[in-house]
Design a protein around this ligand. Sequence first.
Ligand code: SF4
Ligand code: SF4
Length: 329
Amino acid sequence: MPNYSSIIKQLQIEITTYCNAFCPGCGRNEQGAETISNLKLQHMDFDVWKKLINDDHFLEKISLITLNGMFGDPLMHPMIYEMIDQVPRDFIIEINTNGSMRNKVFWSRFAELLCEFEDHRLIWGIDGLQDTNHLHRRGTVWQNIIDNLTAFNQRGGISEWRMTVFEHNKHQILDCKKLSQDLGCSKFTTRESYEPYMEAKAYKDMPSQVYHRVTKQEIAKILDDFSTDRLNKPEPLEVHSCPWLSDKSIQISADGKVWPCCYTSEEPYHKNRFDHIWTFPNIPNDLKTYTLQQILESEFYTSYIDKIWLGKKSRICNECIYGNPEGED
Ligand code: SF4
Ligand code: SF4
């Protein structure tokens, strides 16, 4: 039986569903074009954030806070600086971004703030060079990204350049790695696309585009460097277990709801999947009503979720745990 309230060490938080980009694999848009109709565009309420961050009882167990994005880029939240400034300085902060928003002045100040923490890492999703990054990170502006990244690094910020590799940018892996080092990034990582094949629709001034995955084995061959970090999907620590629970992690969505992982948090809005269990309206997981401790000690987290896994009642959990939606061994 999971014991969320005592084992969770990491919070992954989506603080906004806004983004300035149109990546075709992202759940927020229709094939790199218009925003999906059932997505609620919202920034996390500052009061919800303060309630979370000032919950001493729970936060003494947490060491890492990650701001990630299923539907939005954290840097789009108008109060991100103030939100991070609320966090106790003995935390480790990790933030993912496409890096194309805001300006050099902000990014310099932001680096100074992050340097006050125990540790921090800004993960820049940059998928190629000037002539290719915008093919996947549609709508982003290369020069803004490079100016922001440079300003952040020069002020002491710790950066990781994370490149999603496709057929159209694989010839630039080594050049991207070299540029990341020249610009002062402390890490360069690559990852394969989740989808083997994707298509983006023509939208605004962006043309249609197709994308072909490059496997991590091919990436390793190109790098000829097996010590370079490459990202894989998280593997469960034990056979047939929830990888997020093994990782001592939970997800909090922009509407202030607490979920066992990012996949389940997407379900109420996701354009392609519908797993009824995660859209059940009475899951007691709203931080506007309960504290994090109360949520994780509720029946849903202490026993119901275990029944979902054991009873193979969720197609997305079955895929995650057993490798197929039916949960066949
Ligand atoms: S930058 Fe992130 S949140 Fe924005 S569209 Fe791309 S994947 Fe989605
Ligand atoms: S989809 Fe289910 S099994 Fe997979 S990480 Fe989420 S809660 Fe765990």
